[in-house]
Design a protein around this ligand. Structure first.
Ligand SMILES: Cc1cc2nc3c(=O)[nH]c(=O)nc-3n(C[C@H](O)[C@H](O)[C@H](O)COP(=O)(O)OP(=O)(O)OC[C@H]3O[C@@H](n4cnc5c(N)ncnc54)[C@H](O)[C@@H]3O)c2cc1C
Length: 451
């Protein structure tokens, strides 16, 4: 059934970004900085569902630090002279010299969030906040898909969605929280994404036990935070690993996040792609900063010395039952070694069970039908991040994120944000300057090309 819409913006934009996290923010800045001759587009707009700029606000824990160098900010790898760099931000906040004295490549997440907000405020005119994109429709002209109509919900669901039009879409919609089967979130069952806002609303204000499920960075951070902030509460960490494993951030392994690694990954045969992900998954997935591991171990040991064990590690264990009770949550945890079961009554359970990419096809609605897929049903994506589409499609859809299968492990991270934004903008400009490029795939013969 087609929905009635309001067309507040009848213009057909050159580019419409869906989502305004760091990826599309970097793109908005690249657009703002583009000069005539270096590739310029006439009109762009970004739609973001949050009421204002926000980057993982629920996990802006006081002590959490960035896992990427500040030099991999929104711009520096694209344009080290940009006025939108982290260093320019520090200068504008009057902290440049203090930061230098700190001798630190990895600012706190709170500070980086402030940097992102500072940058976002300077391109505010390009963004419509409070716009939740709910559908994308192809618009055909003379047998060709000319542009897209994008529908966004603004305000209550009962209101008619607002309609925008664009020749190129750039999806930068990030990740969605992952939960084990059968788990439903409520006031006592949380995903780590919502940790801080949920803690602010927690009743009772003096809980006696938290359970945190998971062994990755967010899980370790949640354990650390809860143990510190609630000195009367027990914190149980439940995971199937033997122990928290350290993130490999050594120099050679770190090169997997370089722009050059994207090119190598893209052109590698499938078995090499698989090998790269499996060798170097421990640079990002289910791993924890060494410093945090050391700190948690220090606390466990110190509690043993004092005979009060408030931080309990239930390793080699899995959660077999989670039941809501009037007072909180009852969980049954089973040892993978002995099958022995432990019952834990907790005020709150936090699932720090990670994230998965948003499926672009879920968002694209009817427009998904013109996109090509590989044998596994995944999007076929060109090197310039453009979704491969049927030949009669003139309009473009580009992905920022959700391209790990084609472009490698940095796909959902910040490492390549600056460079990727330039590549996407360059591709859109090149195609609008020379429409013939639309008629043949840029990387015909690349892995995954349809025969
Ligand atoms: C707690 C945490 C810490 C992290 N720290 C690091 C780090 O230190 N280094 C690193 O490299 N990576 C880190 N990451 C990975 C993270 O994916 C990236 O930092 C970054 O958020 C990717 O930016 P993005 O713009 O692609 O996605 P996001 O930041 O997720 O932004 C996507 C945006 O799209 C919006 N959106 C989604 N759907 C719609 C829709 N239908 N309509 C309108 N808007 C929509 C969302 O509201 C959101 O604002 C971290 C992740 C988490 C969860």
């Amino acid at each position: 059934m087609s929905r009635s819409t309001r067309s507040d913006d009848p213009q057909v934009h050159d580019l419409l970004g869906i989502g305004f996290g760091p990826s599309n923010l970097a793109l908005a800045i690249a657009i703002r900085e583009a000069t005539a001759g270096s590739g310029r587009i006439d009109s762009a707009v970004f739609l973001e569902r949050q009421p204002s700029f926000g980057w993982h606000r629920g996990m802006l824990l006081d002590d959490a630090t960035m896992q990427v160098s500040f030099l991999k900010d929104l711009v520096t790898l694209r344009n080290p002279a940009s006025g939108f760099s982290f260093l320019c931000y520090l200068q504008s906040r009057g902290r440049l010299i203090d930061f230098i004295n700190h001798k630190n490549l990895f600012p706190s997440r709170v500070e980086f969030h402030d940097y992102l907000e500072w940058a976002a405020a300077q391109v505010d005119d390009l963004v419509r906040y409070g716009h939740d994109v709910v559908d994308v429709r192809p618009v055909w002209r003379d047998g060709e898909l000319d542009h897209f109509e994008v529908l966004a919900q603004v305000g209550p669901c009962s209101a008619a969605p607002v309609s925008y039009r664009a020749r190129n879409l750039v999806l930068g919609v990030g990740l969605r929280p992952y939960l084990p089967d059968g788990i439903t979130l409520d006031t006592r069952v949380w995903h780590s994404r919502d940790l801080l806002p949920n803690l602010r609303g927690l009743v009772p204000s003096e809980p006696s036990r938290f359970v945190v499920v998971g062994a990755g960075q967010s899980a370790a951070e949640a354990v650390d935070h809860l143990h510190r902030e609630f000195p009367a509460a027990e914190v149980c960490a439940v995971f199937s690993r033997y122990g928290y494993s350290p993130a490999d951030d050594s120099s050679f392994a770190n090169r997997i996040f370089d722009p050059a690694a994207v090119q190598e990954y893209f052109t590698a045969p499938p078995e090499v792609k698989e090998m790269m992900l499996s060798y170097h998954g421990n640079t990002n997935y289910s791993v924890v900063d060494q410093e945090l591991i050391d700190e948690l171990y220090r606390r466990v040991y110190q509690e043993k010395v004092r005979g009060i064990e408030r931080l309990r590690i239930l390793n080699l264990s899995r959660l077999v039952e989670t039941v809501r009770t009037p007072e909180g949550v009852r969980m049954v945890v089973e040892s993978l070694v002995s099958n022995e079961k432990t019952v834990l009554d907790a005020d709150v359970v936090v699932f720090a069970t990670g994230y998965r990419p948003v499926d672009p096809f879920d968002l694209l609605g009817e427009a998904a039908e013109v996109c090509l897929r590989d044998d596994a049903g995944r999007a076929l994506v060109d090197r310039d991040y453009r979704l491969r589409t049927r030949p009669e499609v003139r309009a473009g859809i580009y992905l920022q994120g959700g391209t790990e299968h084609s472009h490698g492990i940095s796909s959902s991270l910040l490492s390549n944000t600056a460079v990727r934004a330039a590549e996407i903008l360059g591709a859109i400009c090149a195609r609008s300057a020379d429409p013939a490029l639309d008629r043949e795939p840029e990387y015909a013969g690349a892995p995954g090309s349809p025969a």
